[in-house]
Design a protein around this ligand. Structure first.
Ligand code: GTP
Ligand code: MG
Length: 441
């Protein structure tokens, strides 16, 4: 029995219209108690016009869309009430639905039900949340490919070949007397492992690129004091966001700003200048700089073109293991220039060489923007563990480990693939995923 749930599907703000959604086994019954028409006999999807009422009190004149199961988003009987967009009205509609037997939906419960009724697999359901959070057109496009099931198709060849080898081994273990069954010999397992490892490796690489398009990257701007880090942030954002002065140690707290470069959201973090200091506040700021430096995907390490000293050398040591772009600011003050170095002048807003270098470092191709990829962090994590398991199986098979041990390892791989799609009946993973959704979804 699926209880009838209710939630606001549109933002909780004043607007022209609002949509209140209901879904559940007795949804039409609940709605009929609060609508001017009885919709219980609705046999196919239908649009009604009428009044939402609390007893005899009319709350609003509405358009009501009734979806007869299974032809609804959730696969259950569902209703969308399109009312006027006043918070007084939609809150009253929700309260009346609760009074008549519905309960409030939890985060992502609509998508969870669509998943439980087989309307979406887990990868598709996850992409709904990603789609809602997409900040660029390019990111939206990738999420739509996932929602339409195109991304799922990338997993199918793995599922099929691992499933095939699994059943072959099981038949060989259970019915060793049937000689006409193709033997699951080691060479076959080795071949399938190798093929899948290679294929998954490409999926992971493409997925990481897709993930950059979908979620953007974090970039820390670091350097000694006064080299022009905050000026660079301001030039990149084209806005005077961070305070700029000629006093060393101006920036204390991390200042953030976002820019869309080539359809990728770049989150910049301007940090406090790093140097030996005894000032308590400045020291806390420097701690924060080091933290950001450590956690960023890319570091912009800034130097002053007119002065490079021991403090810069210390900073070079800090960034040496990071993915770093070295930038020489204050190009206008440079006495001589080196062809290999990247010069900018934040003061003159001459910052394009840095923007271009960031785009280059993203390493994205047309293919990454236009083809489906497994761009979700959870999904990439599963693929990485599957690849690792397949490498173990390959090693064990080559070492002639008994087939029943290999068999249980392959079973684990198969289960992991199912968990990608949410077909392993592990509703706990599903619960964790849906809890990140907003309520009306
Ligand atoms: N000539 C010149 N001056 C610049 C340039 N960029 C920044 N400055 C100046 O350098 C000084 C320091 O700039 P900031 O952006 O505050 O430097 P910062 O690295 O953020 O300094 P801290 O926050 O103290 O670590 C200011 O007086 C800026 O106007 C540039 O391209 N050319
Ligand atoms: Mg600063």
């Amino acid at each position: 029995m699926f209880e009838t749930i209710v939630a606001l599907a549109t933002p909780p703000l004043k607007s022209a219209l609002a949509i209140v959604r209901l879904s559940g086994d007795d949804c039409f019954f609940v709605v009929s108690k609060m609508f001017s028409k009885n919709i219980e006999k609705t046999e196919s999807n239908k649009i009604y016009h009428g009044y939402i009422k609390d007893g005899e009190d009319i709350i609003d004149e509405v358009v009501l869309l009734a979806y007869k199961n299974p032809r609804s988003f959730t696969g259950e009987d569902s209703v969308e009430i399109i009312s006027h967009g006043s918070p007084l009205i939609f809150n009253k509609i929700i309260k009346t639905a609760l009074k008549n037997g519905a309960r409030l939906a939890t985060n992502g419960e609509y998508s969870a039900r669509a998943y439980m009724h087989g309307k979406l697999n887990l990868m598709q359901a996850e992409s709904i949340n990603d789609l809602i959070n997409a900040e660029t057109e390019e990111s939206k496009k990738l999420c739509l490919m996932a929602l339409s099931g195109e991304t799922t198709k990338l997993i199918e060849p793995i599922k099929k070949s691992i499933g095939d080898i699994l059943s072959l081994i099981e038949v060989n273990i259970d019915y060793p007397e049937y000689y006409d069954i193709e033997e699951a010999n080691n060479e076959k397992i080795v071949e399938i492992c190798r093929e899948n490892i290679q294929y998954i490796d490409k999926l992971i690489k493409d997925g990481i690129k897709g993930n950059i398009i979908k979620d953007g990257i974090n970039v820390a701007i670091v350097g000694k004091p006064n080299v022009g880090k905050s000026s660079i942030l301001n030039a990149l954002l084209n806005e005077n966001k961070a305070i700029v002065t000629d006093v060393k140690g101006t920036t204390r707290d991390v200042v953030e700003g976002k820019v869309n470069l080539s359809g990728v959201v770049i989150n910049f973090f301007d940090t406090a200048g790093i140097r030996e200091s005894s000032d308590k506040v400045e020291m806390i700021g420097i701690e924060k700089s080091l933290e950001k430096l450590d956690k960023s995907d890319l570091v912009i390490c800034v130097f002053d073109s007119s002065n490079f000293d021991d403090e810069d050398k210390e900073i070079l040591k800090l960034v040496k293991d990071k993915n770093t772009i070295y930038v020489y600011n204050k190009e206008d003050l440079a006495k001589e220039k080196d062809n290999d170095k990247l010069y900018v002048s934040a003061l003159n807003k001459s910052i394009d060489p840095l923007k271009n270098e960031i785009i280059k470092r993203l390493g994205l191709s047309e293919e990454n923007y236009n083809n489906p990829s497994i761009a979700n962090t959870r999904e990439i994590g599963i693929l990485e563990s599957v690849k690792k398991k397949l490498e173990d199986i390959l090693r064990d098979t080559l070492a002639n480990i008994p087939i029943d041990i290999i068999n249980s390892e392959i079973q684990e791989v198969y289960l992991a693939i199912l968990s990608l799609l949410g077909e392993d009946n592990d509703f706990d993973i599903a619960k964790e995923i849906f809890s990140r959704f907003c309520v009306g979804k």
